[in-house]
Design a protein around this ligand. Structure first.
Ligand code: NAP
Length: 283
């Protein structure tokens, strides 16, 4: 297949590597000439350009730009696409993207591969980034089932685990398990940095080990991505953060009251509840 990838960063680059390894012809487009040249040099794409005309031959196009650029990018691409071209995106928030693009392009399927890491840009792209990870598709009533099938088959070929849901359900669910953790983790790093004793801060920085590694990872990622989550999923993120504040205050109360039994009961509940989420046991 001829597959277009627009926005050659972490997600677009990783997608290109996987798709090429399967024998697809990958046509890339990005904002900067240097990124296009690097994508060709790294073997992420067969060809790349800042000019959307390159994508005319593509049967499927993945939009992998930052959230704010997804709709303007689709508007820029439309004059170059044939009506049968299937468009999909990888944006971390779905409702505003689907609401904006579904009326512009009937063969559009909203998507979100739930994979990532702290680094961004094409240098961070890697093979098999999506393997064993959830890949959410958010078709709406007007989305053609053939277009959904095309995107789903490609997502499965990445060895991702495909889920379907409404864009609004997606945004509420990812607020809990993706967007809230970014803000909580950022708050954790900021709280540690507020230590006023410079000797203690330096010691804490040296002693940081696996616990801090796990809990600070998502708060130490791309600021641009974090701001986009907050801007585009503001209502759900605020709802999650307010509930989180309530839970933190309840924990503070238990510790202030030295209610160790209630604290233990609470931590037993969270220990059990963690295994109901898609996380590896013992990790
Ligand atoms: P990234 O590494 O920063 O890559 C985005 C790329 O898009 C940049 O390399 C940039 O390339 C290009 N770009 C920026 N503005 C553009 C524009 N106006 N037109 C065309 N290309 C443009 O970001 P990412 O982490 O891959 O995220 C991309 C998308 O994936 C976002 O929508 C995000 O919500 C979603 N996502 C991210 C993750 C994650 O954990 N990172 C996970 C799942 C989904 P140039 O060098 O050419 O400027």
């Amino acid at each position: 297949m001829k597959i277009g990838v627009v926005g050659l960063g972490l997600i677009g680059g990783s997608l290109g590597l996987d798709l090429r390894s399967q024998g697809h012809q990958v046509l890339g487009m990005s904002r900067r000439e240097e990124t296009c040249a690097e994508a060709i040099a790294r073997g992420v794409v067969d060809d790349a350009s800042v000019n959307p005309a390159l994508l005319t031959a593509a049967e499927v196009v993945f939009i992998c730009t930052p959230l704010a650029a997804i709709t303007p990018t689709v508007e820029q691409l439309i004059p170059y696409l044939t009506p049968a071209t299937v468009l999909t995106d990888v944006g971390s928030v779905k409702t505003p993207v689907v609401e904006a693009i579904a009326p512009l392009w009937s063969n559009f399927v909203g998507g979100h591969p739930m994979a990532g890491k702290a680094d961004s840009g094409i240098a961070a792209a890697e093979l098999a980034l999506f393997a064993s990870r959830p890949y959410v598709l958010t078709p709406v009533a007007t989305t053609p089932i053939q277009a959904v099938a095309v995107v789903e088959e490609i997502a499965r070929s990445l060895r991702a685990v495909v889920y379907h849901c409404q864009p609004e359900e997606h945004d509420r669910a990812v607020s809990w398990i993706s967007h809230l953790p970014v803000m909580v983790s950022a708050g954790l790093i900021a709280a540690c940095m507020s230590e006023t004793n410079s000797g203690v801060l330096a010691l804490a920085q040296k002693l940081a080990s696996s616990g801090f590694q796990d809990t600070s990872r998502v708060g130490g990622g791309s600021p641009e991505l974090g701001v986009m989550m907050a801007r585009y999923n503001k209502r759900e993120l605020l709802r999650s953060l307010q509930q989180y504040r309530h839970n933190i205050e309840a924990l503070i109360d238990l510790i202030e009251q030295e209610d160790w039994i209630a604290l233990e009961q609470q931590l037993e509940l969270t220990q059990m509840a963690r295994h109901q989420f898609n996380v590896k046991n013992g990790v």
